[in-house]
Design a protein around this ligand. Sequence first.
Ligand code: 8YV
Length: 318
Amino acid sequence: VLITRAVPERFLEDLRQTAEVTVYPEELKPMTREQFLDESKDKTVVITMLSDRVDQEFMDHCPELKAVINLAVGYDNIDLDYAAAKGIIVCNTPDVLTETTAELAFTLMLVTARRIIEAAQMVQDGRWIGWAPYLMAGQDVYGKTVGIYGMGAIGRAFARRCSGFGMTILYHNRSRQEAAESELGVKYADFDELITTSDYVVCTAPLTAETAGKFNKDVFSRMKEDAIFINIGRGGHVIEEDLLHAVQHREILAAGLDVLAEEPINKDHSFLAEPNIVVLPHIGSASVETRDAMIQLCVDNARRIINGEQPLTPVKMN
Ligand code: 8YV
């Protein structure tokens, strides 16, 4: 088994009883493509991160490969069709990160609405010299309309939090979610209604060919001018220059982004010069409890596959 990023040794004790385990020692730095190819070529199972591209070249390069286990619920870094064609199992980490990721989405909504980063920065910079009625005045979240794009597990967990804030909750999803409608009181909207009537538009969807570039110039220009756009799905849903233009030209009020098209970004990225764009370093599922659970789930999947048992969380192949 290869694990492509450093994880605490305590998770590996059981796995080491059944398999030879190699752990890439870096915590933050991804493997280079060459290292990834080279280290994986004789492995049976590879535990991957989103930054590891599991494509045809990779799978052809690893003749022993039985399974790829992604430390994430998303798996847009993996060519699923090719894995299916080669009989390679793909696993992910659903469920264990749902609440934590919904919590981060809600945090981003509050933080952008109430200008928390800007306000804290003002104090830190010594620019807080007095009180004024509209000093760092943001806008309310309570009682507003939220439009959730993607009503999967994270979308539903996010909707539950919105009900506590007395919000009108719209959602758009490729299929209607009747159970969520009756349980959570959310209302299905077509995409156009979602973007034109919501005060907060929140993207929680997985990235697919269908959703790539979905949030573009035309969409931002049709949002309310006080709308705030939140993205905790994937950066690929957004045409970033269109979002920048929309915020700069006040077509929408602000954006809170946990995910970007290319990650990481450096400090010269044009988003960072905009006080109304808050960027986080992809920390949706980053609580210690959740990361522990995700790592444990990956390791349990690996052990079961090595022992010839059914994995716990295989991704459905078409
Ligand atoms: C991952 C994520 O934890 O689960 C996902 O799809 O985006 C995050 O929760 C992170 O990207 C590490 O791979």
